[in-house]
Design a protein around this ligand. Sequence first.
Ligand code: SAM
Length: 375
Amino acid sequence: MKIDFRIQHIDPIGQGVSKEEAAVTFIKKTLPGEEVSAEVFSKKKGVQFAVLKDVKTPSADRKAADCVHYSQCNGCDYQHTNYDKELEFKKNALKRHMFKFPEIPITVHGAKRRLGYRNRLQLHYDKKKRLLGLLDYKQDILPVPACLIVDPSVAYELRAIYAENNWMRLVEKEPMKGHLELYSKDNNLGGHNVKVSVNRPYANGGFTQVNAEMNERLRFWIQKKAEEIIPPKAVVYDLFGGNGNLTVKFRNPTLVVDKYRTTPQPSGHQKFFSLDLYDKGAIKSLINLKASGYPRPDWLIIDPPRSGLKNLNEFLNEFKPDGFIFIACEATSFTRDTLGILNNYELKSVEIFDLFPSTQHFETIGIFTRRANSV
Ligand SMILES: C[S@@+](CC[C@H](N)C(=O)[O-])C[C@H]1O[C@@H](n2cnc3c(N)ncnc32)[C@H](O)[C@@H]1O
């Protein structure tokens, strides 16, 4: 049943919020001030979720989405408004998480391209239903042959595997339900080298950032910052460093630590160490490196997965670095992990790098330096 709602504001994950009915209602793809009709599909103790059916009074900031799948697909969140507005919502989202640091200005680095950037896409399949796609609001599989967020080579491959249900051949010997991953190894360089893996873990060949252009800007920015604030001979540990992406342009001696072995980028100043940083003994293993001649770190670069690094304080208490740069793809873990360390470290600056345009996601980067009176 359709019900009318008035949207008051947008929450930090891009959903419109209406508090007019007895319950608080979250409706994706709406804008503040809009009057909409929507259908409730999930309800629990005063909170409900509804799917947009009709916009009765559109906001002046509304625009038609470019992608034909947008109204049903859960992959994108902001195609119904312009990019400046999207960045404003993202900045407000981070401000809400960072209410403990009201005085710190947030610098936003927007992307040149809002669409056609993702070099990696995971799709769910169900052989019995003959469905392949992304999930919709009900977590059902929605076919997305014309997805616009992927880069041109992934888009080409996507059309090819949907044509005549070609994907069914790829999963012939696989379980009834599972996933496919399309990954372009070209990084938008105009070639066509797309790998398709079936039922392998996400980023199975080793983690790489999904937005090559924004990754390049982020790397350049970190390099410049490092040159300004990290003395040339200081030792850097690049924790959750993957293939050394973020520190590849540093001049400092750098130890890249990651659980998974990936093909390192060629560079003389980086060494690689394989370690599960969530393991209880991880800090001890890093301390023991001293015995093998690797000095303790003066600075840390920390770029954990979405779950963050809950025991960040233990790393800082042990190594007492002069500072660290924390990169988080989840703003909630950025604030959760760093709030507990503020007695000893001062937050100097915060940036948003929009590596995920059109979606609710973005990278948050904070630079922290050790206080003179730290213990
Ligand atoms: C957000 S990515 C950052 C990678 C890298 N900094 C980059 O820019 O490409 C997170 C990294 O954490 C690594 N990782 C995941 N779980 C880990 C664990 N338990 N211990 C160490 N590294 C882990 C992943 O392999 C991935 O490379």
